[in-house]
Write a protein that binds this ligand. Structure first.
Ligand code: AMP
Length: 254
């Protein structure tokens, strides 16, 4: 695996699959990398904690960063080129162009500016890497719908692939943020997917999930369309950690 830190040094040939990540790699990222490995000649993973998508400076500062561990995991999973650019490489002095995707749903309302940062960095990565396909996780369902709209609205020439959420054996969706949960908080966090699973088959999944999540005080509960699939999504704060999750209500992810 090559590690390339600058845009100028990235030289790629053949069909490229891109897996954008912020590091803290876990089995969820590995599933995205494996999916990219199956469908492309070259697999590029980016490793970039994108300051533009954080509104809380403490959250940005606390985000796990361990490039050596991440590069070991990326190489073992089958990445050909790891792209860990510096902040100055992607946002040089004088940077001032932003991509705003409308209708970002409840997650967008809960995190003002978040999807502007996501859409901007994704468009930059798509232009830098020129992938044929880019891989995103179902766990961040609204991110998928924002990126799909970006691709459609700006006529970008790539496919967006969605990979099902990878969970720990107890059902908790893997997230780089799980490391911050105490054992007791982790037990409470298990209630999120239990509630979503119980609610998904009901006549009114949103109302059912609100009832099931009673006590966890979700930021929102909503249905998100992922193009051919609908998921039931929520965000819950457990202690100081904000967790998101969703389950499939109908359709097929692709
Ligand atoms: P992140 O590094 O958290 O920005 O995530 C990078 C990509 O991995 C995003 O497309 C996420 O949706 C995806 N991802 C994160 N957690 C999981 C998971 N548990 N299962 C599948 N994909 C995931």
């Amino acid at each position: 695996m090559k590690i390339v830190r600058t845009i100028g040094e990235l030289r790629l040939e053949g069909e490229v699959g891109l897996v954008p990540t912020m590091g803290g790699l876990h089995a969820g990222h590995v599933a995205l990398i494996r999916a990219a490995r199956e469908e492309n000649d070259v697999v590029v993973a980016s490793l970039f904690v994108n300051p533009a998508q954080f509104s809380d400076p403490d959250d940005l500062a606390a985000y796990p960063r361990d490039e050596r561990r991440d590069s070991r995991l990326a190489a073992a999973a089958g990445v050909d080129v790891l792209f860990p650019p510096s902040v100055a490489e992607l946002y040089p002095p004088g940077f001032g162009t932003w991509v705003d995707v409308e209708s970002t749903g409840a997650e967008g309302v809960a995190r003002p500016g978040h999807f502007r940062g996501v859409a901007t960095v994704c468009l930059k990565l798509f232009n830098i890497v020129r992938p044929r396909r880019a891989y995103f996780g179902q766990k961040d369902a609204q991110q998928v719908s924002v990126v799909r709209r970006l691709v459609r609205d700006l006529d970008l020439d790539l496919q967006i692939r969605v990979v099902p959420t990878v969970r720990d054996p107890d059902g908790l969706a893997l997230s780089s943020r799980n490391a911050r949960l105490s054992p007791d908080e982790r037990q409470r966090a298990l209630g999120i997917q239990r509630a979503l699973r119980a609610a998904a088959p009901q006549a009114d999944p949103v109302a059912a999930a609100r009832a099931e999540l009673n006590g966890l005080d979700p930021d929102y509960v909503e249905l998100v369309e992922l193009g051919g699939a609908t998921v039931l999504a929520t965000a819950v704060r457990i202690g100081s950690t904000r967790l998101i999750d969703n389950v499939l209500v109908k359709g097929v992810l692709s």
